[in-house]
Write a protein that binds this ligand. Structure first.
Ligand SMILES: *Cc1c(COP(=O)(O)O)cnc(C)c1O
Length: 374
């Protein structure tokens, strides 16, 4: 059996940077808690994306949770959230006992529709926060979204879990809002085996990020005994995981280049197939192309491609199933704007986008897909 090709799997540096930083943690016995790798991972990531401060946490999901808390989302508050996303975007709204209102997508970006967002503000002017996602490494329309949210004076949290490195005219996704969140889960563009980061560029970024670190370490007050005035969480990143992260940051640009190469390879090979179109990558953004996704409008359906690849031990997936269609979330409000999220889901496939793939493998995948059209 040929080796399995994955959608997106961990890819450590050929140079062994990760091992060096993890070894340092062992040598100094700073396995846990915290330590130099955590501090340096925060400052190094901050300087790459251009944020004032950053807190390294145990997961992207935990990072979204504490970012919501940092903008004051509490029980009964409304939070706008795109419907087309992974459930990890929406779950932390529920952790805070707040209420998600799901927003339809824009077909030009696949992300939150500014028109649907305007409708949502008219219906729920008392909304507490807006969660924006940059899906598959595609940037949301931040020009419009930021200006709408500014007009209503409502804070923005960017779920940039999938878009580390994606920029809009040179500015990193995750740095447009009050808080930005990255994920280092095993399938993301770089990984720490599991982890997340909250960044901020607010005036009070230092204070707010310090508060997030405090909540993430059980809200321990500075006292000799264990004193707690607030609810705490065990959400900090370990010094070992941060060592892997520091190594991975050194190859982030290589990973972005390879993801973009994969996107362009598929595009060149498959662009003439009838009814097949590619996810929109615009010239105003530099997308990290985390996953290459396509839409199908002809007689070949997503399941045909998924099954044909699966038969050859190659992993591909449907597009995220929208939150308003999920049994757990279907009772919440949904601002529809042409059912774009549903159409993207029904017609979409994520193609294998693993950065370890070689040209022979890409060629094999394209041959299987083209074979469905003959
Ligand atoms: C992966 C992901 C998350 C969650 O990150 P974890 O580190 O796995 O908790 C959140 N949102 C989106 C869009 C993601 O893809």
């Amino acid at each position: 059996m040929v080796e399995r090709i994955f959608l997106s799997s961990p890819h450590m540096s050929e140079e062994g940077y990760e091992k060096k930083f993890v070894q340092e943690a062992f040598d100094t016995n700073w396995i846990a808690p915290l330590g130099e790798n955590v501090n340096k991972f925060e400052t190094e990531l901050s300087s790459i994306v251009g944020s004032k401060d950053a807190a390294a946490l145990s997961a992207g999901t935990a990072s979204i949770h504490l970012a919501l808390k940092a903008v004051g989302v509490e029980e009964g508050d409304i939070v706008f959230c795109p419907s087309l996303t992974f459930s990890a975007t929406a779950n932390p709204i529920i952790y805070q006992n707040a209420i998600p209102v799901f927003i339809d997508s824009d077909e030009h970006t696949w992300n939150m529709s500014p028109e649907a967002l305007k409708k949502a503000f008219e219906k729920f002017p008392n909304v507490k926060a807006v969660l924006v996602v940059h899906l598959y490494g595609l940037a949301a329309n931040m020009d419009e979204i930021v200006s709408i949210c500014k007009a209503y004076n409502v804070p923005i949290i960017e779920d940039a879990a999938e878009s580390l490195g994606t920029t809009i005219r040179g500015k990193h996704t995750g740095t447009f809002g009050d808080f930005g969140v990255y994920s280092f889960n095993g399938n993301k563009i770089i990984t720490t085996s599991g982890g997340g980061m909250v960044v901020s560029n607010r005036e009070d970024a230092k204070e707010k990020i310090a508060k997030i670190r405090f909540w993430a370490t059980q809200s321990r007050e500075p006292a000799r005994h264990y004193e707690h005035k607030e609810i705490g969480f065990n959400y900090r990143m370990s010094n070992v995981a941060a060592g892997i992260g520091r190594g991975q940051l050194r190859v982030l640009n290589d990973r972005i280049k390879k993801k973009q190469y994969i996107y362009n390879y598929y595009k060149n090979e498959l662009k003439d197939l009838e009814g097949l179109t590619f996810m929109p990558v615009h010239e105003w953004e530099n997308s990290n192309c985390w996953l290459t996704c396509i839409q199908l409008s002809g007689k070949i359906r997503p399941i045909d491609i998924i099954l044909a690849l699966e038969a050859e031990n190659i992993e591909s997936r449907p597009i995220w199933k929208p939150m308003h269609m999920q049994p757990f979330f279907e009772a919440y409000d949904y601002i529809d704007h042409g059912s774009v999220a549903e159409k993207l889901f029904e017609n979409g496939v994520c193609l294998p986008s693993d950065t370890k793939m070689v040209n022979d493998e890409l060629e094999r995948i394209c041959k299987i897909i083209k074979g469905l059209w003959v």
